[in-house]
Design a protein. Structure first.
Length: 306
């Protein structure tokens, strides 16, 4: 029957942090510190450093470890710190997991191997090897729309028995998929939404939180929605999430994190710099993103957010 994991090791609103960069494309550590302080003050439950929203394909392992170590020092245990460790290669994913564990990360977020498009047997073996290499808990990450491969529920059920694998970030947006994972793996593996558009509905079906892009922009609001959902007050969660729905959509009008970095730059939190092949948000989307921000209660001319 397999083991039972420590319940809800990672839960609530977990921000998939953008990686602030200077105009030259270097890490902007001062801006990163400001973001960490902001999330702690807003009640965010956890953060992901060096994930795909953080432009992980263009970060070096040294940079990812530096950011992880900085987050741990700055937050002092106030919230969970997950580090992005997924690559297209099993060997490099194993090396990344070892490295971020060595600097103290609370866990590893491991996206499916992009471009390679392995079969389910290959995915299972990939995750087993990475989990074996990690001294900290592993969160699986399935986002087939970006990676080109899909970690199916039956494979998740097999992986749920690995002692290091504690959760999955499921970003298909499929509620039926979420229901299947909860039914098959409940008590052995936690479900986290990876889709801001459907996270409240997924939490109503048994997910324990969301790894969120929107939380970069409105961390307090996202944390409040998740607190209500975790308390079982889904009427309140739906009410609080209502003003955010347009923002969830708008932040994905172009490839993430182009829109979210634009918004945060307008708010004065970071420079808009992205590393190629990512480029700044197309001006054709400015009005729609601004309208979504206004619906969420934001004025882009002011940097102080709730």
């Amino acid at each position: 029957m397999g083991r039972t994991v420590a319940k809800h090791m990672f839960k609530g609103s977990i921000a998939a942090l953008v990686t602030p960069m200077t105009a030259r494309g270097d890490l902007d550590v001062a801006a990163f510190d400001r973001l960490l302080d902001r999330h702690r003050d807003a009640g965010t439950h956890g953060i992901v450093v060096g994930g795909t929203t953080g432009e992980s394909p263009t970060l070096s392992l040294v940079e990812c470890c530096r950011l992880t170590e900085r987050a741990l020092e700055r937050l002092g245990g106030d919230m969970a710190v997950l580090a992005g460790c997924g690559t297209h290669s099993t060997a490099s994913s194993m090396a990344a997991a070892r490295a971020v564990c060595a600097v103290g990360a609370d866990g590893c977020l491991v996206v499916t191997p992009y471009y390679s498009r392995p079969c389910q047997r290959g995915l299972i073996e990939h995750y087993r090897r990475v989990a074996d290499a990690s001294s900290k808990p592993i969160v699986l990450y399935n986002v087939p729309g970006r990676t080109g491969c899909d970690l199916l529920p039956e494979s998740v059920e097999i992986l749920a028995d690995h002692p290091q694998i504690v959760a999955i970030k499921e970003a298909t947006g499929s509620l039926e998929r979420g229901e299947r994972i909860v039914a098959a793996c409940g008590g052995r593996l936690d479900l986290l939404s990876g889709d801001d558009g459907t996270y409240v509905d997924l939490m109503a079906l048994g997910a324990v939180g969301v790894i969120s892009v929107t939380a970069n922009v409105v961390p307090g609001a996202m944390a409040a929605v998740c607190r209500a959902a975790l308390a079982g007050d889904f009427a309140q969660a739906v009410r609080l999430n209502g003003p955010l729905t347009a923002l969830h959509r708008a932040l994905l009008l172009e490839s993430n994190p182009m829109a979210v970095k634009w918004v945060m730059a307008q708010l004065g939190w970071i420079d808009e710099t992205l590393r190629l092949p990512m480029v700044p948000l197309d001006p054709m989307y400015f009005d729609e993103v601004m309208s979504a921000c206004e619906a969420a209660g934001l004025t882009l001319a002011q940097a102080a957010l709730a």
